[in-house]
Design a protein around this ligand. Sequence first.
Ligand code: NAP
Length: 276
Amino acid sequence: MNQTVFRAGLLDGQVALITGGATGIGFGIAELLGSLGAHVFIASRKQEHLDAAAASLEKQGARASVVTVDVRDADRVKTMIEQVQRDRGRIDILVNNAAGNFYAPSESMSANAWKSVIEIDLNGTFFCSQAVFPVMKAQGGGRIISISMTLHYRGWPLMAHATAAKAGIDALTRTLALEWARHGIRVNAVAPGPIPTEGVRKAFTPPSAGGVPDVFAVERALEDYARKSIPLGRWGTPADIAGMVAFLASPAADWVTGSIFVVDGGEWLARGQSRG
Ligand code: NAP
């Protein structure tokens, strides 16, 4: 992480647990929170993702640990929380970032496809939040930040599962904020606009002869989309989202709970309007 507006040591002594923290946006969040002094735990299914990410975080000077978890499994999630608490004694920040997604027409979406996205995004967010609650309550407070999206604001064809799950996460954010405010637990969400992580780049990759992607075509398609569809004229980066997460995790947001912050360069407001 090269530059940040946050002061050095802002999160010294704190413990942050980030699901899906080894890749894409989650990794950007881990980098920023780690650079501000938090001990970051990154949690997901694939050990190889976690090990590579932890090595990179440590190289940047952060304190990082890994936990393997499938957030669909409530028992395993509880064990993860116990493991982090045993190791560091506390959990100050939980970032619910893990998600699965793919395009599928609703009329032929299999029950498994529907279940899989709902279980990772919505159930996973609930299971992790519920499991961390006693830890945060006992220590007198904490911050839960879930990563949502904007596609459900107007609907998004071929994403019935993900839009329904993220709408559920928004509802959960508001409800948990009300239930847990009295314990000093703030619950907020960040709704990113388009960030060209690996998964998004794949969606922009045109089919090509021999299965070798034409990287220039991908770059052109990405630039074209940004010029036409994002008022601020560029794609987002994991650092854009991490900045909002760090703000919500910081004392500057001490009076903020139950809020969902859109960070998208104006994309969803402009949706449907062509900028030529
Ligand atoms: P990504 O790199 O694919 O991140 C997803 C992460 O979730 C991976 O690290 C994956 O790790 C983990 N994961 C998936 N299933 C899991 C499970 N069952 N249990 C535990 N971990 C699991 O995607 P991303 O683009 O950075 O997305 C991060 C978040 O931002 C998601 O919530 C996504 O919905 C949201 N978002 C992204 C965009 C965008 O344009 N990129 C826009 C709006 C919202 P393993 O494979 O190791 O499990």
